[in-house]
Design a protein. Structure first.
Length: 539
């Protein structure tokens, strides 16, 4: 018999959490401009089209009881080298919905899961609900998720706050079932992007080591039992590991020489760090977008997708408060954030050469994927910082806020100093400074100085929007000097959402129906020839 009274009490106790989870479900619907066309456009481009085609092949094989993870249309047939075909959530969606709709639904779902899981983890740190909600919102709408929304990376990224949640529950209660639950979700995270899975595994290991040595009593006991998570995950993923390792060994990626040059491809030069404040400072990855006066060609270093990362300007004050918060937890996340930033720099730091000798870690490439650990830590520190801001006395808040106003004001002023020098005789010196880390593939021999000058015009979205956000953040901080109440807290959350929306919604501009075929393939003479032959042919 169902106890209605107990269910009623559960909803009463958790009504705030349930309301917040509903908000997380609704927010992604606001982010996508084509939500009304969810079944007729694809919320991405590029590799996403490859994923959809491979899913189609895999699903057709599944229906015909053939080998599911074999691509018979590539060369003379090759196994798939990725693990995302094993991923239960997208597999279920793919089986019950048309592929375009299923693809878009899984993107919306993983945005929501990113926020919900981070919220629950921060709740376990006993933060204020508004602080936990804000940390989750920053995680779900940061450039980390926006840039990887349609890739298998998102399928791995979202689970790590939930894994950390159950590790934290185990740390507090020593109830072994929490380790087994964490192991299940850790095993599930493998069915996405293997490189991100390895980076997340590094975070879990650092988490266990940190709490093993920083708290007294039963240290080895905690470490050994927590370490079970890795063993159980190997058992869960055993079949997939065999299938994928065979796939990788059969492809070019499995045979390529793992030299340091390959390992460090895509390292972020520290010279490109302005993208953390001005995401489109070096152009954009959307050459065909329209309606916004913006320079639409990426001329920065390496792959534009990996370089486009944004964690907000309005989030900086919360991050600073997180640094000041008197809390043991912060030291772990500060270390992870700084360590991952050095990894993002790749070949530009000696650390990455050392990491080249670490087994498994050295199997990947593109160091900018370490933005994952950075974004995870940054979101947690913002949550800790907002909690500190809410609970701190007004007089102590005022001192930090004045420092923040000066700091953000200096960023605002620094741009105009840079802009003045760029338009003066120092222009050539600035160009020569950046020249080694800029690429010119799309510009038909145009002078990089001319391109750069066009990119940093004050009328460009890439410039005026961050400057507006800085001014709005400073104005909000000035208001904080006079008032500190729930209205201000809600206003901060709204400003952060609009800040991340300004980047994320613009990035969503690539969800166009041009990526969906408007008509069927015409029946050409080539197809007629193939149709009349019983033999196997390849195109």
């Amino acid at each position: 018999m169902i106890d209605i009274g107990k269910n009623s009490n559960f909803f009463k106790r958790n009504k705030v959490n349930i309301f917040i989870i509903l908000i997380y479900i609704i927010l992604p619907l606001i982010f996508f401009k084509d939500i009304q066309n969810i079944n007729s456009v694809i919320y991405s481009s590029g590799d996403a089209l490859d994923y959809i085609s491979q899913k189609h092949i895999s699903l057709e094989a599944l229906k015909d009881f053939e080998r599911v993870f074999w691509n018979g249309y590539n060369n003379c047939g090759l196994p798939f080298e990725d693990s995302y075909f094993f991923y239960p959530i997208t597999l279920i969606l793919d089986l019950f919905f048309p592929l375009t709709l299923a693809f878009n639904l899984q993107i919306l779902l993983h945005y929501s899961l990113a926020g919900i899981f981070m919220f629950l983890f921060l709740n376990e740190y006993k933060l204020d609900k508004l602080a936990s909600f804000t940390g989750g919102m920053i995680f779900m709408f940061s450039g980390l998720m926006v840039s990887n929304k349609s890739t298998s990376m998102a399928q791995t990224i979202v689970w790590f706050p939930l894994i950390l949640l159950f590790l934290e529950k185990y740390r507090k209660s020593r109830r072994i079932e929490y380790i087994f639950i964490a192991s299940i979700f850790y095993g599930l995270s493998f069915f996405g992007h293997i490189q991100i899975f390895l980076y997340g595994s590094m975070v879990i290991l650092l988490y266990i080591l940190f709490y093993t040595f920083i708290y007294k009593g039963g240290r080895n006991y905690y470490f050994l039992l927590s370490f079970i998570i890795f063993i159980i995950a190997i058992l869960i993923d055993g079949f997939a590991l065999i299938e994928i390792s065979y796939g990788i060994s059969s492809t070019l990626r499995g045979t390529v020489d793992k030299a340091y040059e390959f390992f460090s491809i895509g390292s972020l030069s520290p010279k490109l760090l302005p993208i953390l404040i001005f995401p489109y400072f070096f152009g954009s990855k959307h050459p065909d977008a329209s309606g916004i006066p913006h320079f639409f060609r990426w001329f920065g270093q390496e792959d534009s997708l990996a370089m486009f990362i944004y964690f907000g300007i309005t989030t900086i004050p919360l991050f600073i408060f997180g640094i000041f918060k008197k809390n043991k937890h912060k030291y772990l996340w500060i270390f992870i954030m700084l360590f991952s930033l050095l990894l993002v720099f790749g070949r530009y730091t000696p650390l990455y050469e050392l990491m080249y000798h670490v087994p498994f870690f050295n199997m990947g490439r593109n160091p900018t994927r370490n933005w994952f650990e950075f974004g995870l830590a940054f979101s947690i520190l913002c949550g800790l910082g907002f909690d500190y801001f809410i609970k701190l006395e007004k007089d102590k808040v005022r001192r930090i806020v004045i420092g923040l106003i000066i700091f953000l004001g200096s960023i605002f002023s620094s741009f105009f100093v840079f802009y003045a020098f760029f338009n003066s005789r120092f222009k050539d010196n600035i160009i020569n400074f950046y020249r080694p880390v800029l690429r010119f593939a799309y510009f038909d021999g145009r002078d990089i100085g001319e391109i750069f000058q066009e990119s940093i015009k004050l009328t460009n979205y890439s410039i005026y929007m961050p400057l507006i956000i800085i001014i709005a953040t400073i104005s909000l901080l000035v208001l904080v000097l006079f008032k500190k109440n729930k209205f201000i807290y809600i206003l901060i959350i709204v400003f952060i959402f609009l800040d991340l929306y300004a980047y994320g919604h613009f990035d969503e501009n690539n969800s166009e129906n041009i990526f969906v075929p408007k008509e069927k393939i015409k029946y050409s003479q080539d197809l007629e020839f193939l149709g009349n032959k019983d033999e196997l042919f390849r195109i």
